[in-house]
Design a protein around this ligand. Structure first.
Ligand code: WAQ
Ligand code: MG
Length: 254
């Protein structure tokens, strides 16, 4: 599902043409059994029309049958750091990225994306050494899709997260997404800040270090947010994008 607001911006020069600019409101994706699809659409729609980023005037739902074999991936381990301020959270991300082998330049460029006022619909891909942004569409970014969790594993995950007091759709979806991203061999690490003004927990994630939640990564009310996937300098970029967007993966063990 994706929901957007279309705002008219006055075109330059003469004429009455108004260009429409899309503001990303909300998005969601997953892999589900056929019998659950209608209910999921209903939940996604509710989320789109009732969103803290604003009221969308376009909502698009795409449903596709998956015919390929679905690849099983591991779930990342979860930890929470109760940071006291955005600066403390930023410090931890910088340290984790550096020890994962991401250069200062790349880290700086990553923070530019995470702090940009105009949130992208997808993630930025940044080369870990040169810091070059390589996603083909810099406004849209790359959207990870086709990831899910099996029924039994989903129940176990809900139980575990409940014990930690964080059994919410936001955490589950972000954790499943981060697990797919980390399962891509060319991706070194990910950093995420929610673009929801009332959601102030972000995370750092990597296959080696797991999913590290960072409380107070932004001040309440701030509209910025985003995701950055730091990729190997010599990565097969088209291959990374194909994996993130098209290859179906599922978590079966928690
Ligand atoms: N693929 C790539 N990038 C995405 C995707 C996706 N499927 N979904 C969202 N993004 C990017 C996009 O730039 C959004 O603006 C940004 O991430 C934030 O998306 O453990 O809610 O859906 O407490 O607002 C993380 C912490 C919550 C969860 C993340 O992200 C926790 C969140 P949002
Ligand atoms: Mg959001």
């Amino acid at each position: 599902m994706r929901a957007a607001k279309k705002t008219g911006v006055r075109g330059q020069g003469l004429g009455v043409r108004r260009k429409l600019r899309e503001t990303h409101i909300s998005g969601a994706e997953g892999i589900y059994e056929e019998k659950d699809v209608l209910q999921i659409c209903n939940e996604y729609l509710k989320r789109a029309v009732n969103h803290p980023r604003g009221k969308p005037d376009e909502i698009v739902i795409t449903i596709e049958t998956i015919k390929q074999k679905i690849k099983t991936i591991p779930l990342l381990s979860v930890k929470t750091v109760k940071c006291k301020s955005p600066d403390e959270a930023k410090g931890i991300i910088i340290q984790k990225l550096a020890s994962s082998g991401v250069s200062k330049k790349a880290v700086n460029n990553g923070f530019k994306v995470l702090k940009a006022q105009r949130a992208m619909r997808g993630a930025s891909l940044i080369l870990a050494e040169s810091g070059r942004r390589v996603e083909p569409d810099k406004n849209r970014g790359v959207r990870a899709s086709r990831m899910g969790i099996g029924k039994t594993a989903g129940r176990m995950l809900a139980q575990k997260l409940s014990k930690m007091g964080i059994n919410t759709a936001t955490v589950k979806e972000a954790l499943i997404l981060a697990s797919k991203v980390a399962s891509c061999p060319d991706i070194i690490a990910e950093a995420c800040v929610s673009d929801d003004p009332d959601y102030t927990t972000g995370y750092f994630a990597s296959g080696k270090k797991g999913y590290l939640r960072l409380v107070n990564i932004k001040e309440p009310g701030e509209m910025h947010g985003g995701r950055v996937f730091f990729i190997k300098e010599n990565a097969d970029i088209a291959g990374v994008i194909r994996y993130l967007e098209r290859i179906p993966v599922i978590i079966r063990r928690v």
